[in-house]
Design a protein around this ligand. Structure first.
Ligand SMILES: Cc1cc2nc3c(=O)[nH]c(=O)nc-3n(C[C@H](O)[C@H](O)[C@H](O)COP(=O)(O)OP(=O)(O)OC[C@H]3O[C@@H](n4cnc5c(N)ncnc54)[C@H](O)[C@@H]3O)c2cc1C
Ligand SMILES: NC(=O)c1ccc[n+]([C@@H]2O[C@H](COP(=O)([O-])OP(=O)(O)OC[C@H]3O[C@@H](n4cnc5c(N)ncnc54)[C@H](OP(=O)(O)O)[C@@H]3O)[C@@H](O)[C@H]2O)c1
Length: 439
């Protein structure tokens, strides 16, 4: 047996899978631990379900990674302070380096009154729900006739897409803390929902905020044109949902009825102030209420604070003096053998391609670190016996292959583009793993 470097990769989203591929190709022995049964992360459970070409293309690439001989996959295993295995467990099991690519699993609540009311959600939970990720797929959500989505990014548009094309609610209002010139979404994503956009209301809203924009030298007409750029390729609407914007407004509290159900979101009007070449929203003190039964916060995510790594703001702390910077970026936690990549390095930033690049770069930093160690005779027995003691069944590469085949056959039989089991029990059952749990 040849000696190898032994690396644990936590998380099988795009960052983790491409990082694992890089390390395996370099000759390391890689073990991936993934919380979800299936690999893919947000590529499987975040990207809008109808983007079949993109999702299938990524699934194909992920399959190739999973087939690498130097790579072991353990799905249905969570790493963390109070999880199946801790970072220390991994160290004790002989891993020489740990790469954390667990995404940004924390929830960025703003600490506003009323966040616990029924009808108030975070986008990640809704996205996981409609993409059928257990246990979110099993939760019940209250999507009322009137909904507000906080934020102006692509995730906001994904939620509007879902509420207008699937839930077919009466009205969706995007509540945007800055103005029409600072929206972050892409034209392509707007194509799905722009036919539902009330253009007269958009014009009125731009007229309302024009003096505030002009005070910071912004061009309201250019912002309007940019928002409407998707019109020529608008997908015909399938509901009468009215999509509208409330610009320069921040939520301050959510109000509910005696049953604890949301009835209103209170918003405060903002002005724009110039700051370091950008703009900032500043509250005016003027408050208004919107009648809504649902509020979804689409304001980005933060990393999981309970994971076992120090955090600062929304992210894991990175070493400010990295030993192995890649393109000037630190992929190192303050702990010697722990590295971070993808959304675990920079929460909610960029597309799959960026996560792939970031994971690959993180693995390069890991590889450089490993050159300061000696390759070892990898003994996986200790790991195997530790994993046998876990409460939940372990999901291996061959199980994922079986699940893929069964879901593909189901989709064919039902005439669907894609079929997904939406509970862990169902997936474990068809993979033949449920009896293991009972044993
Ligand atoms: C709603 C939404 C829609 C998007 N749509 C697009 C799109 O259309 N096109 C595009 O290019 N990009 C899109 N993106 C961005 C893209 O999904 C991300 O850039 C990318 O998935 C980030 O990859 P990652 O590997 O860092 O994290 P993730 O994809 O989040 O993967 C994290 C992985 O870690 C696992 N994990 C989490 N915690 C633990 C733990 N404690 N222990 C073990 N495993 C753990 C999870 O199970 C998961 O498999 C979208 C993002 C969102 C939120
Ligand atoms: N189809 C796609 O390609 C697709 C789909 C979904 C997601 N993604 C990608 O995934 C990443 C994350 O997307 P995202 O939409 O979550 O993030 P995002 O693009 O950063 O947008 C977040 C939005 O939330 C607002 N916001 C943040 N904090 C706020 C607060 N405290 N109060 C009010 N508003 C607040 C931001 O406003 P400010 O600008 O004022 O900060 C911004 O409008 C992005 O790179 C995105 O492109 C891509």
């Amino acid at each position: 047996m040849t000696n190898q470097f032994y690396v644990a990769v936590i998380g099988a989203g795009p960052a983790g899978l491409f990082a694992a591929r890089e390390l395996a190709n370099l000759g390391a022995r890689v073990v991936i631990f993934n919380r979800d049964i299936k690999p893919g992360g947000l590529a499987e459970y975040g990207i809008y379900p109808n983007k079949h070409t993109m999702k299938n293309g990524l699934r194909k690439q992920f399959k190739q990674v999973m087939d690498l001989p130097n790579l072991t996959y353990y799905g249905n295993v969570t790493i963390g302070e109070k999880a199946d295995l801790t970072l220390n467990d991994l160290r004790e099991l002989g891993f020489q380096a740990i790469l954390v690519t667990a995404g940004a699993q924390g929830t960025k609540w703003l600490g506003l009154p009323g966040e616990n009311l029924t009808g108030v959600y975070h986008a990640k939970d809704v996205v996981y729900f409609y993409n059928k990720l257990p246990p979110y797929s099993q939760q019940s959500f209250r999507f009322g006739k009137r909904c507000a989505v906080i934020g102006a990014g692509n995730v906001m548009l994904d939620i509007v897409h879902f509420l207008s094309r699937e839930e077919k609610v009466d009205e969706v209002t995007a509540v945007v803390r800055r103005g029409p010139a600072e929206v972050k979404f892409d034209k392509k994503e707007m194509e799905y929902v722009i036919d539902n956009l009330d253009q007269a209301e958009l014009d009125a809203e731009i007229r309302r905020v024009r003096p505030i924009m002009e005070a910071v030298h912004q061009d309201p007409e250019a912002a309007r044109a940019s928002i409407l750029e998707a019109l020529p390729k608008a997908l015909p609407k399938v509901s009468n949902t009215k999509f509208r914007f409330e610009f320069l407004a921040s939520p301050v509290q959510m109000l509910g009825d005696a049953e604890g159900c949301l009835t209103q979101v209170e918003i405060e009007d903002n002005i724009l102030v110039e700051a370091n070449g950008d703009t900032k929203a500043k509250g005016t003190g003027n408050k208004r209420q919107l009648d809504v039964e649902t509020v979804v916060f689409a304001i980005g995510d933060k990393v999981d604070e309970a994971f076992g790594l120090p955090t600062e703001w929304n992210e894991f702390v990175k070493s400010q003096t990295p030993r192995f910077p890649i393109d000037g970026i630190s992929y190192e936690s303050p702990i010697e053998d722990v590295f971070v990549g993808g959304w675990s390095r920079k929460a909610s930033s960029g597309l799959v391609g960026l996560a792939r690049k970031d994971g690959t770069n993180a693995s390069k930093a890991v590889w450089q670190y490993l050159q300061t160690k000696h390759p070892m005779e990898v003994n996986t027995e200790a790991l195997s016996s530790k994993l046998k003691g876990l409460a939940e069944p372990l999901v291996l590469k061959e199980h994922i292959k079986k699940l893929d085949e069964i879901e593909l056959a189901q989709a064919k039989q039902l005439g669907l583009e894609v079929f997904k089991y939406d509970s862990n029990d169902e997936m474990l059952k068809v993979m033949g793993l449920l009896e293991y749990e009972k044993a």
